[in-house]
Design a binder for this molecule. Structure first.
Ligand code: GLN
Length: 319
């Protein structure tokens, strides 16, 4: 593992992040908040925040850091981790591990592929993962996920409450996700589509701020172990699976361009959050609800691109 100063190469982390934030604020002007979940349209499109957590315990958070936002698709990473830590033997019979090249809510491939979603980070795949969370009912499954998140967050301060307004907003408009779930039920990939979708909507509506998100994801940069508390969340093998899937499926149909421009495993959500993982070094969480055409935060893309290029952290080039 590189020492912190070797990673930074003479740069001060706070200076690099400050510069990134300014670029992120400018980029945000070109995007728009998601509206298909009506409650998300109420976010301030100009707000931008960024937080870095390093394996050495350094934390930097700048910008509109007090804004809490819902995890949306970033929750898919933690739900998958929560299922894998239990050693679920059947999950990979029901979900594939390939990028889709389609939009996150697409249904097209499900018919050709017998209802088995392309990967756990498109909506169909994530709904299957939610059905595999442990617990006899939806409430218990959400509680299992919340306990996992609290443990990963280290401090015990982060609460991961469900934003009821966002949850309800998705409940009354989420016909596309219900269609995916019912379609998969037809193929026997899901048992109870209604419960699976309800758990999925609730996990998507869990609230965080950027600093909590960066800290909670830190185990992903450290082979499954929280480097601060030394809690082991996942085996190195399962952790590698998740990080590899982030790199190949984490930004939907923009994942190739993101790999070229930024070069790190990451997961985005339509509320404007993105979690980036730099294995062996750090996590970077970004927030900016103004989205580009593929549904990814424009500020986050810009900030991550700047930081990874400035610090030569793309996993696809030698340091
Ligand atoms: N809850 C959202 C949905 O299912 C999550 C999608 C996303 O963040 N890309 O549409």
């Amino acid at each position: 593992m590189h020492t912190q100063s070797a990673v930074l190469g003479g740069n001060r982390l706070v200076d690099v992040v400050t510069e990134a934030l300014e670029l992120g604020r400018t980029a945000a002007r070109g995007g728009r908040c998601a509206t298909y979940i009506p409650e998300l349209a109420n976010a301030d499109p100009a707000s931008v925040a960024i937080a870095v957590s390093t394996l050495a315990g350094e934390e930097v958070a700048l910008g509109d850091t007090a804004v809490r936002f819902t995890l949306q698709s970033v929750s898919k990473v933690f739900a998958l981790a929560c299922v894998l830590q239990r050693g679920d033997p059947h999950l990979w019979e029901r979900v594939q591990m390939e990028p889709s090249g389609d939009a996150f809510h697409s249904i097209v491939r499900l018919e050709e592929e017998q209802g088995r979603p392309r990967n756990p980070f498109i909506n169909a795949g994530a709904i299957v993962v939610s059905a595999h969370l442990s617990g006899s009912d939806g409430k218990a499954r959400i509680e299992a996920l919340r306990q996992f998140l609290r443990r990963a967050s280290g401090s015990g301060v982060a609460r991961f409450d469900v934003d009821e307004a966002v949850y309800r907003s998705e409940c009354v408009t989420g016909f596309r996700n219900r269609a995916l779930a019912n379609y998969m039920k037809h193929f026997g990939v899901l048992e109870d589509p209604d419960v699976a979708v309800d758990v999925y909507f609730r996990q998507c509506a869990m609230l965080v701020d950027v600093a909590e998100l960066a800290r909670t994801g830190l185990f992903l940069a450290n082979a499954g172990e929280d480097p601060i508390t030394r809690n082991r969340l996942l085996t190195p093998r399962d952790n590698r699976t998740i990080v590899a899937l982030m790199a190949t499926c984490g930004l939907y149909d923009e994942v190739g361009r993101f790999a070229v421009r930024v070069g790190i495993p990451a997961k985005s959500g339509v509320s404007g959050g993105v979690l980036g993982v730099i294995p062996g070094h750090m996590t970077v969480a970004c927030y900016g609800p103004a989205l580009g055409p593929a549904g990814n935060s424009l500020a986050a893309m810009t900030m991550l691109e700047f930081i990874m290029n400035r610090l030569s952290l793309s996993v696809f080039e030698p340091r």
